[in-house]
Design a protein around this ligand. Structure first.
Ligand code: FMN
Length: 202
C-alpha cells in the first residue's frame, strides 16, 4: 500500500502556528505519510505587517515555505488546517484560501478526505475552541471525515484540548506539551487516513 498523502495548510503571523504545523508534520511523517507543509498567502498590507517587527521577521523566516495551492487539497488524503484565532475565528488569511475552494467542492473533490484543525490564541479562553469548531463547519460542508485528537493520548490530558492542538501564545513559544499534542494529532490523522485507504482498497 502506498503511503497516504497529508497536506498541512496553515497561516501564522508571528510563528506560533508555524511551530505547531511543523510538529504536526513530524507526527504525520513518523506515521509514514507523504507530507506537504504549505503556508497560505499573506493578505495584510505591508504597512500593517510593518507595525510588528516579529510579524515582519516571521514572514522573512518562512519565505522558503511553499504557498498552498488547490492542487495540494486534491493530492491529499488528509488535510490539517492551522490558523491563529482572530476574535474567536480563524485568521482571514486562511479563510481567504478556503474561500477559493468552491469549484473543488462543487466537483466533490473535497469529500471523503480526513480533516482536522489546530490553532493558537493569546489567552487561555481567547477562542481556541470556537476557532477550531468554526473550521469544522467548513469540513461538514465538504463532506469531510473529521478526526479530532480527543483524549486519545496521555498528552491530551496535559494539553487539554480535544478539539485540536492549540497553544496559548501569551505564555511564550510552544513548549513540549503543545508540540507533543500537535505531533499526536498529525500521527492520528495520518493513521486514520491510512486505515480508510486500506479499507477502500480491500
Ligand atoms: C486582529 C487580531 C485578533 C486577535 N484575536 C484574538 C482573540 O480573540 N483571542 C486571543 O486570545 N488572541 C487573539 N489574538 C492573538 C492571536 O491569536 C495570537 O497572536 C496568535 O495566536 C499567535 O499565533 P501566530 O504566532 O501563529 O501568529 C488576536 C490577534 C490579532 C492580530
Amino acid at each position: 500500500m502506498e503511503p497516504v498523502n497529508v497536506a498541512i495548510v496553515y497561516y501564522s503571523a508571528t510563528g506560533t502556528v508555524h511551530a505547531l504545523a511543523q510538529a504536526v508534520a513530524e507526527g504525520a511523517e513518523k506515521a509514514g505519510a507523504h507530507v506537504r507543509l504549505r503556508k497560505v498567502a499573506e493578505t495584510a498590507p505591508p504597512e500593517v505587517v510593518g507595525t510588528r517587527p516579529e510579524w515582519v521577521a516571521h514572514l522573512q523566516d518562512t519565505a522558503d515555505v511553499a504557498e498552498a495551492a488547490l492542487d495540494d487539497l486534491v493530492w491529499a488524503d488528509a488535510v490539517l488546517f492551522g490558523a491563529p484565532t482572530r476574535f474567536g475565528n480563524p485568521a482571514g488569511q486562511l479563510r481567504a484560501f478556503i474561500d477559493t475552494t468552491g469549484p473543488l467542492w462543487y466537483q466533490g473533490k473535497l469529500a471523503d478526505k480526513v480533516y482536522s484543525a489546530f490553532t493558537a490564541s493569546n489567552t487561555a479562553h481567547g477562542g481556541q475552541e470556537s476557532t477550531l469548531l468554526a473550521l469544522g463547519n467548513t469540513f461538514y460542508h465538504w463532506g469531510g471525515i473529521i478526526v479530532p485528537p480527543g483524549y486519545t493520548d496521555p498528552v491530551q490530558f496535559q494539553s487539554g484540548n480535544p478539539y485540536g492542538a492549540s497553544h496559548v501564545a501569551g505564555d511564550g513559544a510552544p513548549g513540549e506539551v503543545s508540540l507533543q499534542a500537535a505531533r499526536h494529532q498529525g500521527r492520528r490523522v495520518a493513521d486514520t487516513a491510512a486505515l480508510l485507504k486500506a479499507g477502500r482498497a480491500a
